[in-house]
Design a protein around this ligand. Structure first.
Ligand SMILES: [Cu+2]
Length: 300
């Protein structure tokens, strides 16, 4: 399989999906004739960002349980069923995996990017840790073989019983520190546009120039919208092959659907270990290039 082609198709498909979602959302502010019912259903599906629904485009995420104990790894299973009601067993590999699982606290703490394994019957399993009591969001990010390249992101809530103290969203910041690495973020995030974000990785004051490829790229970026945890997964335009070195800069073009606060998680690999740097990013309302209806929609 040609990984490079898959990477480009995957990233391009996501950008298009988010752009289309934003455009469709803006158009609902206008007075337009009611479309035919079948078309209305299609638009209703298309206008939502990923990760907000447990069922979308005929695909449904089915966790075996939604309640786990707080702390410690526990066996966790889930399946995805398709439009025919059957468990999906045929996936298109994207970024070296058939399915990417993101788990995060609904207060946007405790981000995890995981890769469960699938058996022949289509059941995904992994040891899963919900580190503390609270409510969590799980996202299954995958491309069913039947959808010919269309990425689907389904979301479901998970629960761990016990006393829960939600953490406030950290203040917006352009720097993040993880395990002795400092990551700086530059760029301006504007809703409805291709926002160029650049992350620069340093350690002990020195630029890190030997970032390792992780799942076919030098970085993976997941952005979650505060308020509803809408999901945006972005990859760098530049792909990474095994043995190549990257850094200190990793660049992304991100299409944030609306203005507001997002928690942005950058996965990068160095010295054989994957780490995640987290940022709170304030996305500005769209400027002159955004459609008028969209600006009005923000209530400004
Ligand atoms: Cu992944």
């Amino acid at each position: 399989m040609r990984v490079g082609t898959k990477v480009a198709a995957y990233a391009g498909g996501l950008a298009v999906a988010f752009g289309a979602a934003w455009t469709a959302g803006a158009s609902t502010d206008r007075v337009v004739p009611a479309p035919e019912p079948s078309h209305a259903a299609a638009v209703a599906t298309a206008e939502l960002p990923g990760g907000l629904a447990v069922s979308q485009q005929g695909y449904t995420l089915r966790p075996a349980t939604s309640v786990l104990r707080a702390g410690g790894a526990q066996p966790f299973r889930f399946t995805v069923t398709g439009p025919d009601g059957q468990v999906v067993r045929d996936y298109t590999t994207g970024h070296e995996k058939e399915l990417h699982l993101i788990v995060v606290g609904r207060d946007l703490s405790d981000f995890q990017h995981l890769h469960p394994s699938r058996d022949a019957a289509g059941t995904w399993t992994l040891p899963l840790t919900l580190p503390a009591a609270g409510t969590y969001r799980m996202y299954a990010d995958f491309t069913p073989a039947a959808l010919a390249g269309d990425n689907v992101v389904l979301g479901a809530d998970l629960f761990a019983a016990g006393p829960f103290v939600p953490r406030p969203l950290p203040a917006a910041s352009t720097t993040s520190t993880v395990d002795g690495y400092q990551v700086a973020l530059t760029g301006v995030a504007v809703a409805g546009q291709d926002s160029q974000l650049t992350f620069t990785v340093t350690k002990a004051g020195r630029p890190v120039t030997d970032l390792q490829p992780y799942l076919g790229a030098f970085g993976h970026l997941v952005s979650l919208r505060q308020g509803d945890l809408a999901y945006l997964h972005t990859h760098p335009a530049q792909e990474a092959r095994p043995g190549e070195s990257g850094g200190p800069q990793v660049q992304f073009g991100a299409d944030f659907p609306t203005a507001g606060s997002y928690r942005v998680f950058l996965d990068f690999q160095h010295a054989g270990q994957v780490r995640t740097a987290a940022f709170t990013v304030t996305v500005a309302a769209g400027g002159a290039t955004a459609p008028t209806a969209a600006r009005d929609g923000h209530g400004h």
